[in-house]
Design a protein around this ligand. Structure first.
Ligand code: DGL
Length: 289
């Protein structure tokens, strides 16, 4: 069947139902979106994958901040009522930009997971930009000053994941290289500090000692989202009647700045259904839907 692209079918928006905005450079933020769906199946989401500019993780700080400003400005224009950072790189380098642009509450990945870490020997796998920012080390040590934090940049991961090439021998070799210093340092907790990396969980699990705990920051962020949704007056019961028409998970809107067909194909494996994906121009004013 052809991938549905272009204009989404009209999806009813009941009064009282809040729109949660998420963005990432590409497919990675879907690991966050999936957790939001699992935890709050009746909450509607608008996801922006900035695939025209993926990967973010090798860009300059100035680029990452300018991109975050543009994307969050666009999401605000679409009427999101809360923003979940679904990109660690933007979270690490442009959280202040996102907060200033969003005009609505912003839930971060890095501070959310840092507050839950129970170990003093922590490894972080992340993009080169996130590692260079030191954001994970600072956030973890703000909660546990005695913690040793070893951050490793993994530049090869995102291009392979975006290409859907999870069985490439080169990917396994790169993963082996990235986890080696963590194993040598004897960490007992490894943070998946890029939202693309939960897609590599089975590979990373197979390379790390059995006693090492793998943490996906999205889990902690999604826990923070619940009370926030309640305090913002999200009314999931308003959506319940729609279930018969459109399943809850398919009511989220997925948008990209690059090729919608490629994104739909890459997203299906992770979401369990082939989504409708719209291409959008972030500079055009007004609602895309
Ligand atoms: N998935 C994003 C992150 O969490 C960005 C990865 C990239 O584009 O380099 O860092």
């Amino acid at each position: 069947m052809a991938t549905p692209v272009g204009k989404s079918p009209a999806i009813p928006h009941p009064p009282g139902s809040l729109l949660v905005g998420l963005f990432d450079s590409g497919l990675g933020g879907l690991t966050v979106l999936r957790r939001v769906h699992e935890a709050y199946p009746h909450t509607r989401c608008l996801y922006l994958g900035d695939t025209a500019r993926v990967p973010y993780g090798q860009r300059s700080v100035e680029d990452i901040r300018a991109i975050a400003a543009e994307v969050v400005h666009w999401l605000r224009g679409q009427g999101v009522g809360v923003l979940v950072m679904a990109c660690n790189t933007s979270n690490a380098l442009a959280l202040d930009v996102a907060v200033a642009e969003a005009g609505v509450p912003v839930v971060g990945l890095i501070d959310s997971v840092a507050a839950q870490i129970q170990s003093d020997r922590v490894g972080v796998l992340a993009t080169p930009a996130t590692v260079a920012s030191g954001a994970y080390r600072r956030s973890i040590q703000a909660c546990r000053p005695q913690a040793q934090v070893l951050e490793v940049g993994c530049p090869a991961f995102v291009p392979w994941i975006e290409a859907g090439d999870l069985d490439a021998p080169g990917l396994r070799d790169a993963a082996q290289e990235y986890v080696a210093p963590l194993i040598a340092a004897g960490v007992d907790t490894v943070v998946l500090g890029c939202t693309h990396y939960p897609m590599l969980r089975p590979l990373l699990r197979s390379l790390l000692p059995a006693g090492v705990t793998l943490l996906d920051p999205a889990e902690a962020a999604v826990q923070r989202l619940g009370p926030l949704l309640a305090s913002l007056g999200d009314a999931p019961e308003a959506d319940l009647a729609l279930d018969a028409v459109i399943p809850a998970q398919q009511r989220s809107r997925l948008c990209v700045t690059g090729c919608p067909e490629a994104f739909a194909a890459g997203a299906s494996a992770w979401l369990g259904h082939r989504p409708t994906v719209n291409q959008v121009d972030l500079r055009s004013a007004g609602r895309a839907f």
